[in-house]
Design a protein around this ligand. Structure first.
Ligand SMILES: Cc1ncc(COP(=O)(O)O)c(C=O)c1O
Length: 428
């Protein structure tokens, strides 16, 4: 554990642990919130937020249109409203072309300019070195569970999986069909609330790769730094579906990064793969053409008809993230939002609980339970009446889960926290 914690302490996420109150200006903020009581009476209450929420954080008028809900879904998830508005304005006629992006040939100059800008903005955001290919694919991250071993292994090859949650487990199970994977660590007995210390990992020195899920969406555990692969020829592979572009990442530490777009960077239907180019071209012979990374890399993701509109939407999100100042700035906002929510849980005298070990709590997916579990359905129902939706936890773990991806405004987390305090006051 020591190494993981020490390394994590040097990361910006350490903010969450070192300084529990980094944004306090010690000025209690008072604001009113319309809340409907369980008895269905509409009433106006005042919530005195803790001094962790400064005056200047009151929601900017632009943060959300009144007709939109705060959507805490795990994915497909909320998108920046500004991006949706831009897409709306271009829906029927993109850039004077007289066509919707949905109607364009994927080989025409208009769409080529869209996909090229999307790729170049993503490269800029993540600082992706030239030795890496960026692929815009289909099939979701689930398809990558098979594509990874098919592209990188022969059937007899040994590979290692660290299983920190359900997605890592699914990736491991799929790999069993195509190579010889081994689970070298699993958090199952702790209900997936931990990340292992890296020196305790019993890595196979012959493993072709070490696979991790950088952020387990269901359980809310996130790697804050990454293990070094023991095999000098081996590579690190990460499923970053639920924390992709939520913070800077040193891409050069990985052989492959993959992510479904539908949490942080776009609609469902686009899967992004970032792969070191020297790993292309060694796929098993049985690999379907649609899963062969080299085919897609050689054809700039245009081997067949790509998910054009989804790629366009991802491009708008990348542009927006760059305009926000890039991933360092985005990470700061994510830390601040997560801090507010975890503080509310931890300061509730046990009324709310987050089971995840503090040092590895996800900035993106915050699972929590109620001490009085019989109130959980009521909590979700009342929150929905207040236009905060999709707070029910995953069916496999129960409780609640607030997914607070890049596009969730600070005001959304503020509103949730205010609601949680009020709910507690009424049910404690
Ligand atoms: C971390 C992670 N990996 C993989 C998946 C599967 O993604 P998809 O549904 O796009 O196949 C998900 C979906 O929620 C996920 O959160």
């Amino acid at each position: 554990m020591a190494a993981a914690v020490a390394a994590a302490a040097s990361s910006p996420h350490a903010l969450l642990r070192r300084n529990p109150n980094p944004i306090s200006n010690n000025t209690p903020r008072i604001h009113a919130l319309n809340l409907r009581s369980a008895a269905n009476n509409s009433r106006r209450i005042s919530c005195v937020a803790s001094s962790t929420t400064p005056l200047h954080s009151t929601r900017p008028a632009s943060s959300q249109s009144p007709d939109r809900v705060f959507n805490f879904a795990a994915g497909p998830a909320t998108l920046p409203e500004s991006v949706l508005r831009k897409a709306e304005s271009e829906l029927v006629d993109w850039n004077g072309s007289g066509m919707s992006v949905m109607e364009m040939s994927h080989r025409g100059k208009e769409f080529l300019s869209i996909i090229q800008k999307a790729e170049s903005d993503l490269r800029q955001l993540l600082g992706i070195p030239d030795e890496y290919a960026v692929l815009f694919l289909q099939g979701g991250a689930t398809t990558q569970f098979a594509a990874i071993p098919l592209n990188l292994c022969k059937p007899g090859d040994e590979v290692d999986y660290v299983v920190t949650g359900s997605w890592g487990d699914k990736a491991f199970k799929e790999a069993q069909k195509y190579c010889k994977p081994k689970v070298i660590w699993t958090g199952k007995s702790d209900k997936y609330t931990k990340i292992p210390s890296f020196e305790d990992l019993d890595q196979n020195v012959h493993a072709k790769y070490l696979h991790i899920c950088a952020n387990e969406t269901i359980h809310g555990v996130e790697f804050k730094n990454y293990p070094t692969v023991r095999n000098p020829e081996g590579i690190l592979i990460a499923d970053m579906s639920s924390n992709f572009c939520s913070k800077p990442v040193d891409v050069s530490k990985f052989g492959v990064i993959y992510a479904g777009a539908q949490k942080n960077v776009g609609p469902s239907g686009v899967t992004i793969v970032i792969i070191r180019k020297d790993l292309l071209g060694i796929a098993q012979e049985i690999t379907p053409v649609m899963l062969d990374y080299k085919i897609h890399a050689d054809n700039n993701s245009l081997y067949n008809t790509p998910p054009c509109y989804g790629i366009y939407m991802c491009g708008l999100v990348f542009d927006d993230l760059l305009k926000q100042g890039g991933l360092k700035e985005v990470e700061k906002k994510n830390v601040r939002k997560a801090q507010l929510l975890y503080d509310a849980i931890d300061n509730s005298n046990g009324f709310y609980r987050c089971p995840v070990e503090k040092s590895v709590r996800s900035l993106m997916n915050v699972p929590f339970t109620l001490e009085k579990s019989e109130l959980e359905a009521e909590f979700v129902k009342e929150a929905a009446k207040e236009k905060m939706v999709q707070l029910k936890g995953h069916r496999s773990v129960g409780g609640m889960r607030a997914s607070i991806y890049n596009a969730m405004p600070y005001a959304g987390v503020e509103k949730l926290v205010d609601f949680m305090k009020d709910f507690q006051a009424r049910h404690a």
